[in-house]
Design a binder for this molecule. Structure first.
Ligand code: EPU
Length: 432
């Protein structure tokens, strides 16, 4: 078992550098399957979700060369299979992007279903299915395997998404890149990683316009060729450090960020009395006074991100009054609430809403992370609380945060990793 041990109550101070975006990397790496030639990709985060995806590509025949810690050359020219049914795929959500990429490249895909949900509710992929079928593909799921195939070529069509889905927008964009004709995705998601994927594909020869708006137009091209690309910084890792400083107090410069992507988070922190100063590619976060209550509604970008909901809810536990948090994206994403209760947090969940009674100070306790962002929230709680917090389930956290412990130590946190025998190598459920 691996645990984090945190002695809380130490204000954070100094500078920390944010890694490349997880949710962009896990879309761009499968996209490399459609490229003939070498893709040199920079700013790849060193996290276990990425390592697993790279292993999956290698098992399919890709040649991957590490240039340096965050830069890889990925060459999928030699991949001959449209099948990816490895066990590892069931552990990461983003493995379903292989369906779009393989359909685009070979016109068929046989891919293991991504793992089950662990937010508490279902995580449907009906919008992915709807998109692929509209483009002329079949879609069958048998024994946990997705079979998709088109008799001829995928055809460009207009697709209206019934829900704003990051995954469906990305998957359809992937398949449409090498389809015949023009695909229009309406009611598309607008997250920064969608724009990043479109920029990656365009730099390899694709013709995608409108990414970042709710209408994306993709003109199919005959082939993609290799090139260079640098992944954007991780909005949620940056937001997590911002929240950590808000929780502990102190002053930290968070570097390698795009402040525009953080506006939804900075705005809420300012409402809570936290100072956030935007620089060109950094933000300075200071917290000198008691946190103020506020209300938060998690929504698709540019709304407040659901992937920051557990972290901001943790801060609101320490604020000066009652706050209301609603998650419209993952209505059941409140599994961390029972753990925060062990630290003195007072949160009542009703449907998709949490009523949070600020208690001022949390107190250290043994707790367990049930998923990635829940784990990040518990780290923030531990750093801000009085006394010692022990966090189990850290393999979830390390799937999405590169060197979290080392980065926090470098800004003054008293956090250490303790490895005890019998840690399962990797959690079985998906998190991203
Ligand atoms: N939805 C459907 N049908 C679909 C797809 C989605 O009804 O076919 C619904 C979902 O149930 C949910 C909403 O649409 O209520 C949004 O889901 P979305 O498809 O946008 O989520 P996702 O693609 O499965 C990605 C991120 C998540 C992040 C969400 C929302 C990756 C690998 N995962 O998931 O990241 O929470 O978008 O922004 O990009 C995380 O990083 O911690 C994480 C969970």
């Amino acid at each position: 078992m691996t645990k984090y041990i945190i002695n809380g109550g130490k204000p954070l101070k100094g500078e920390v550098v944010v890694s490349g975006a997880k949710n962009a990397a896990v879309a761009i790496i499968p996209a490399a399957l459609m490229v003939n030639g070498v893709c040199r990709i920079e700013n790849i985060p060193q996290i276990s979700d990425v390592t697993m995806l790279l292993k999956i590509l290698e098992q399919m025949g890709a040649e991957i060369h590490t240039v340096n810690r965050h830069t890889m050359d990925i060459d999928c020219t030699g991949v001959k299979t449209s099948e990816a049914t490895f066990d590892m795929m069931r552990r990461i959500r983003a493995s379903y992007y292989l369906v779009g990429a393989l359909l685009g490249r070979f016109g068929r895909a046989k891919v293991a279903m991504p793992g089950g949900c662990n937010f508490g509710g279902v995580r449907p992929i009906d919008q992915h299915e709807k998109g692929f079928k509209a483009m002329g593909s079949t879609w069958d799921v048998k024994n946990g395997i997705i079979f998709a195939e088109t008799p001829g070529h995928l055809e460009g069509v207009s697709i209206y998404l019934d829900v704003v889905s990051v995954g469906a927008t990305i998957n359809i964009m992937l398949a449409a890149t090498l389809a015949e004709g023009r695909t229009i995705i309406e009611n598309a998601a607008k997250e920064p990683h969608i724009v990043d994927l479109a920029n990656f594909l365009n730099s390899m020869g694709a013709d995608i316009r409108g990414a970042g708006t709710n209408v994306i137009k993709i003109k199919g091209v005959g082939s993609l060729t290799g090139g260079f690309y640098s992944i954007i910084p991780d909005q949620i890792e940056a937001g997590t450090f911002m929240a950590a400083v808000a929780g502990t107090g102190g002053e930290v410069t968070i570097k390698n960020v795009i402040p525009k992507h953080l506006e939804c988070i900075s705005g809420k922190l300012r409402e809570m009395g936290v100072e956030v100063e935007d620089l060109e590619d950094a933000v300075i976060v200071r917290r000198k006074h008691q946190l103020l209550k506020t209300n938060v509604k998690a929504m698709p970008y540019p709304g407040f991100p659901t992937d920051m909901q557990p972290q901001i809810s943790t801060l609101l536990c320490m604020a000066d009054g009652t706050s209301v948090v609603t998650d419209d994206v993952w209505p059941d994403r409140y599994k961390y609430v029972d753990e925060l209760a062990k630290m003195g947090g007072q949160i009542q969940v009703s449907g998709r809403t949490a009523i949070i009674e600020g208690v001022g100070q949390l107190t250290g306790s043994p707790v367990k992370a049930g998923d990635l962002r829940a784990g990040a929230a518990l780290v923030i709680a531990g750093l801000s609380a009085s006394g010692t917090t022990e966090i189990e389930g850290v393999s979830y956290i390390e799937r999405g945060y590169e060197n979290l412990v080392e980065k926090l130590q470098s800004i003054g946190a008293d956090i250490t990793t303790v490895v005890l025998p019998d840690d399962p190598e990797m959690p079985e459920r998906d998190i991203g």
